[in-house]
Design a protein. Structure first.
Length: 100
């Protein structure tokens, strides 16, 4: 009886471990794909600005303290992403201008 319980316990442990490893590998593959997509982000005027950068920590609060930034027009806002200053239309979320 003790041997049967040991075998059952070991079998369940192996099944749980295998399942957890498969989930971990799947998550790693997904993270790698997302990072690749982020790296491939196309920064050009007219392109749609990604929602992931709309957090307040990307907002440029005082555009006057940065060189080459002009006052944004109505419904426009400056963001700093990947070392670039990106002017975005807040209504349609398209990139208006980029300063490197």
């Amino acid at each position: 009886m003790k041997k049967i319980l040991t075998v059952i316990t070991l079998s369940i442990s192996a099944l749980v471990t295998t399942s957890a490893m498969a989930d971990w590998n799947q998550n790693q593959a997904h993270r790698a794909q997302v990072q690749h997509q982020i790296a491939q982000q196309e920064w050009r005027e007219g392109a749609r600005f990604s929602d992931r950068y709309k957090a307040s920590n990307y907002h440029v609060k005082d555009y006057r303290s940065y060189k080459n930034l002009h006052k944004p027009a109505r419904y426009e806002r400056w963001y700093k992403v990947d070392g670039r200053y990106v002017l975005v239309n807040e209504r349609n979320h398209h990139i208006v201008h980029i300063v490197r």
